[in-house]
Design a protein. Structure first.
Ligand code: CU
Length: 174
């Protein structure tokens, strides 16, 4: 056979066209977007208590006199770890207060007290942890500005793995 038949050549052209089309489609297929942290860590429902810098609004665990002096607030959220390894929230930063600490609320007898967590908050692989009133929270100590309902401000979260996540907290009534 000295040359390919018309139909064979035509089939080749069609196949080439299909290949090009497939490549184009493959190139356009969106790859899964990386999460904000890149490691499957994300935060949902991030909110903070309203507080005034000169006020004395009640705050986390404040059945007793304020423990830190000055005006404080607290940030709460749900942390989700879609990664394959457990991680720990070890630090948080925000520019609305002099200091930011990760606290847990503990009961000592009948007295609710809060203290800084010693080794961060573990978020299990494929699990969630909730920062909520009466439990874990991010303490904003010595507010440098009022936090009014509806305000938002960024909170930077740092994890033991080295991952960092910046989330937006919304001020709202508990
Ligand atoms: Cu606290």
């Amino acid at each position: 056979m000295q040359s390919k038949s018309f139909s064979e050549r035509r089939a080749g052209v069609v196949l080439s066209a299909l290949l090009i089309l497939w490549l184009a489609v493959a190139a356009c297929t969106p790859t899964p977007a990386p999460s904000a942290s890149g490691q499957g860590l994300s935060a949902q429902d991030v909110w903070a208590r309203p507080a005034k810098t000169m006020g004395d609004a009640p705050m986390e665990g404040d059945t007793q006199p304020m423990q830190h002096g000055g005006a404080n607030s607290a940030v709460y959220m749900r942390l989700t770890n879609d990664g394959a390894a457990a991680d720990r929230l070890t630090a948080a930063r925000a520019d609305v207060s002099h200091a930011v600490e990760i606290h847990e609320t503990v009961m000592e007898g009948d007295v609710m007290r809060m203290q800084q967590v010693q080794d961060g908050i573990e978020i299990p692989a494929g699990g969630q942890i909730e920062l909520k009133p009466g439990s874990y929270h991010i303490m904003l100590i010595g507010l440098t500005r009022d936090l009014a309902v509806g305000d938002t401000f960024p909170v930077r979260l740092e994890f033991a793995s080295g991952e960092k996540l910046t989330v937006e907290a919304e001020v709202r009534q508990p």
